[in-house]
Design a protein around this ligand. Sequence first.
Ligand SMILES: N[C@@H](CCC(=O)N[C@@H](CS)C(=O)NCC(=O)O)C(=O)O
Length: 211
Amino acid sequence: MILIGQYDSPFVRRVAVTLHHYHMPFTRKPLSVFGDKKEVQAINPLCRVPILILEDGETLIDSNAIIDHLDHVAGGARALTPQHGAERRKVLQACALSTGISDKVVGLFFERQFHESGHVSKNLDARMASQIKAALEKLEHDCGNPWFFDNKMSQADITIGCMLSHLKLRLPEFFPADKYPKLHALSRHCEMREEFDAARIGANETVPKKL
Ligand SMILES: N[C@@H](CCC(=O)N[C@@H](CS)C(=O)NCC(=O)O)C(=O)O
């Protein structure tokens, strides 16, 4: 399998951590949606990552759809997302909140990075900031120990761990050291794991200053 995308994307990283967790071999092409736009768009018309190319050449896009496939291949007991019922809904809801935060963090970062000075919408900036903060507070409230759902590692931990490392990289002021103690502990717990360590951002995996 070939994973396309840089690890400064929380969506690419959650797929990579999941692949490592399942010990599924893959190679990676760290293409940039900016610097390698033509190449990425030739594979995914949306010019978005992650993209996973399967052994038979089939191409999957979107981290949720990719992880759904990986869970299926890993099978019942190994799957990081429970297969049925309330447990499955809880994990998927925590992932939805977490990927929703990452969507807003990416949006706010791009808004600030790419608009010429003075052209950032203050109202949009404030709206996205309030969405990020409220969703972080909800995750902090619901977070268990040592994992999000106490003793069992799930896809919620991978997704929240990758969301937090990306938040710290792009908008660190939203995750101060003296706030969100349960999420800080979860982030540390995740980053000590082998599968997270195997998916660290490389020095060249950056975003351009201008579009
Ligand atoms: N819902 C998608 C979101 C993917 C996404 O937003 N990827 C970003 C990288 S962090 C991207 O490729 N953005 C380029 C663009 O949309 O122009 C997923 O879960 O994979």
